[in-house]
Write a protein that binds this ligand. Sequence first.
Ligand code: LMR
Length: 327
Amino acid sequence: MRLLTAAVTAIALALGAQAAVAAPIEIKFSHVVAESTPKGQMALKFKELVDERLAGKVKVEVFPSSQLFGDGKELEAMLLGDIQLIAPSLSKFQKYTPELQVFDLPFLFKDMDAVERFQQGPEGQGLLSSLESKGLIGLGYLHNGMKQLSASNPLRVPADAAGRKFRIMTSDVLQAQFEAVEAVPLKKPFSEVFTLLQTRAIDGQENTWSNIYSQKFFEVQPYITESNHGVLDYLVVTSTEFWMSLDDDLRVELKKALSDAIAYGNGIADEKANEDKQQIIDSNRSEIITLTDTERQQWVDAMKPVWKQFEKDIGVQLINAAQAANQ
Ligand code: LMR
């Protein structure tokens, strides 16, 4: 009888061990935007590719729209091991690395091609590892697009923004940018922006066409100035602890799936921006203001001194390299 019990226990243990080996690795990908946006689409593409290529080995779950964690918590949650992949806007890394603030400098990049050239160049690639000492690994840049200004009043020249409250992401550069036009910047989570605008607790905000459209900001902001004054892009990150816990082969496969998904997201970002801008125009809910060269120059003159303010934190070399990407 004792022999039988021992045999049964051994079989049960062996089966248990087999089940443990067979359990797929779980990757929770948390983000704050809608599924229709470039980031939302990239996350779904990553899931699709992993399902195809690594079925049974890795399971990806995507949590959009701040469902799991909002932008104030996602980096901490990842370091705690609650989630494994995130793609916060580059403006949200200030606490972890000052150099990434280069992306927030107003009127630095003339368009998304320049942003792409800088990101793929030696300095941009070097920044991917700037988070390593904080236990984070940058796996690639993901585009959203250029930012526009939306408000409850028409913004044609900097004086139109003076004294008005604008929601910003958690970035001191963005704070300085709005202070430079004598506006009042308020750091608030993305998930709160619509309500803040709707209730008129704030007057305006800056964001990309895809976010203005998918979050319905245009329904509560009668004016959008096509300022293209800055960039809103993302860094796809994971924690060193999670990434290094994977087998080498699996890590290579996952990196490949991620790179393919990022390429897909980057490939649709421009088209999405144009489509969403058109949807806003067609809705007749918001007037889109096109600046004259003289009006735009006033914004440049007012905001560009912010570069000097952050030159020491970011590094002149990095700013010069970013500027060189415009040529
Ligand atoms: C914002 O907070 O406005 C953006 O970073 C949201 C996002 O992830 O695009």
